[in-house]
Design a protein around this ligand. Structure first.
Ligand code: XMP
Length: 481
């Protein structure tokens, strides 16, 4: 037995000491950070891989706001891959399967299709997929013969400006501008139609420059997998669906099974970032990094719905865990994701100041419009359910997905839960919560005299406080309305 001499701390045990600052406005700070070695985000917030927090709707909202979401794994492989694909299809600077019709289609069929999809133009293709023209509303307005084939009224291929696959956003933008076009078909070198770039989509992209997107303008998304052999198949399906990174999701991430899984995934999918976790020590970070992890998730028992510490006696208070792990992570160039226990913008700032590159949030995002699950009314309040992924019902549901049948109620007693099920108030759209959290962080950066996250790491000085200091820190001696 060994008793460590140092005291471990968590968020409420400390405050950050204000220091001289030349930051004149909260807008003058930059919250850009690394989620993993190759994936950057403009805000340091990740939605948790819990079945009451992140599916495609949450992942899209997180990426649009500049963060990123991790789709949970407690569903069939097919469904998880479909959730990933839904995020990847949601936005792109090139529409991959644009609406088209054959040259022999009639003017009235073209009109019907334009109205059905609410669009202004349709591409015309031959039976082997070659682009032969473009028919737009302008070609049809005064056409009196509605049985005429579109091939006679369209703008033919030789008068169309196109680009080849792989054209950059800048090149496409310049072509649209130089020729005063709204639509730019994308073709391969055999002239087959591959996609369509529209001025509208480029404008939309430019209006949200902070969204987390890949090089093709698609929203980024991460998926969680377990450590069983069948999870390699799960990872494969998610990679095929276009996932940007994989999280190896296991409660005790400093274990041979987690380390081997990280290594196996890195060997099999070298182009995809792999995140290991969860750990609570610097040794855990080093071992996962050595296996190839591109980021490490830190937090054992810190989450709002976790009872791991009560049931097993194990865990490290989160601020100390993050600080220890970040020291190792920074030395190795591996970003740290502080996972669990974030209740306020102040907690977010403290986790970042302790060295995290991002924080992962569960319950705080579980009551949003975008989280999975229905809203129910309890005692006149609108609430949603949040549950630990090691809670009793999550355990049973997981077994049912795996067995593809109901679990016998007698077997329920064999489960030893390490999480609870709870209610959280409805909080509206996720972007509103992120706005508040990031606003607090921006303010925090200015108190630290830091214009970037890296500067915050360097400048941060924590001070321990007593219970009296903690009482003084919240609203006190007034009746809060
Ligand atoms: P918050 O505090 O943001 O924490 O709700 C979310 C994180 O909690 C972890 N998690 C669990 N930990 N038992 C645990 O010990 C569980 O059943 C459980 N479910 C989730 C997870 O790391 C999540 O991101």
């Amino acid at each position: 037995m060994r008793l460590r001499p140092d005291t471990a701390l968590t968020f409420d045990d400390v405050l950050l000491v204000p220091r001289r600052s030349s930051i004149h406005s909260r807008q003058a700070v930059n919250t850009r950070t690394c989620f993993s070695r190759r994936i950057e985000t403009s805000i340091p917030i990740v939605s948790s891989n819990m079945d009451t927090v992140t599916e495609s709707a949450m992942a899209m909202a997180m990426a649009r706001s500049g963060g990123i979401g991790v789709i949970h794994r407690f569903m069939t492989i097919e469904r998880q891959a479909a959730e990933v694909a839904r995020v990847k299809r949601a936005e792109s600077f090139m529409v991959e399967h644009p609406f088209s019709l054959p040259g022999k289609a009639t003017v009235s069929e073209a009109r019907a299709k334009l109205t059905e999809h609410g669009i202004g133009g349709l591409l015309v293709t031959s039976s082997d997929g070659a682009l032969i023209g473009l028919v737009s509303t302008r070609d049809l307005i005064f056409e009196e013969d509605s049985d005429r084939p579109v091939s006679e009224v369209m703008t033919p291929r030789e008068r169309l400006i196109t680009v080849e696959a792989g054209a950059s956003l800048e090149a496409a933008r310049a072509t649209l501008h130089n020729h005063r076009l709204e639509k730019l078909p994308v073709v391969d070198n055999a002239g087959r139609l591959l996609g369509l770039i529209t001025a509208q989509d480029i404008i939309k992209m430019e209006q949200s420059p902070d969204a987390t997107k890949d090089e093709r303008g698609r929203l980024r998304v991460v998926a969680a997998v377990g450590v069983r052999p069948s999870d390699v198949e799960r990872a494969e399906a998610c990679v095929k669906a276009g996932v940007d990174a994989l999280v190896v999701d296991i409660a005790h991430g400093h274990s041979d099974s987690a380390i081997n899984m990280v290594r196996a995934l890195k060997e099999r999918f070298p182009q995809t970032d792999v995140i290991g976790g969860n750990v609570a020590t610097a040794d855990g970070v080093r071992d996962l990094a050595e296996a190839g992890a591109d980021a490490v998730k830190v937090g054992v028992g810190a989450g709002s719905i976790c009872i791991t510490r009560v049931v097993t006696g194990f865990g490290v208070p989160q601020l100390t865990a993050v600080a220890d792990c970040a020291e190792a992570g920074h030395a190795l160039g591996v970003p740290i994701i502080a996972d669990g226990g974030i209740r306020t913008a102040g907690d977010l700032t403290k986790a970042m100041a302790a060295g995290a590159s991002t924080v992962m949030i569960g319950s705080l995002l579980a009551g949003t419009d975008e989280s999975p699950g229905a809203t129910v009314v309890r005692d006149g309040r609108r609430v949603k359910v949040v549950r630990g992924m090691a809670s009793l019902t999550a355990n049973i549901d997981r077994q049912e997905v795996e067995l593809r049948r109901e679990v016998d109620p007698e077997d329920w007693e064999r489960v030893v839960p390490e999480g609870v099920e709870a209610m959280v108030p409805m909080r509206g759209p996720v972007k509103d919560i992120l706005h508040q959290l990031v606003g607090g962080l921006r303010s925090g950066l200015s108190y630290a005299g830091a214009s970037t996250i890296e500067e915050l790491w360097r400048n941060a000085e924590f001070i321990r406080i007593t219970s009296a200091g903690k009482r003084e820190s919240g609203a006190h001696d007034v009746e809060v309305r």
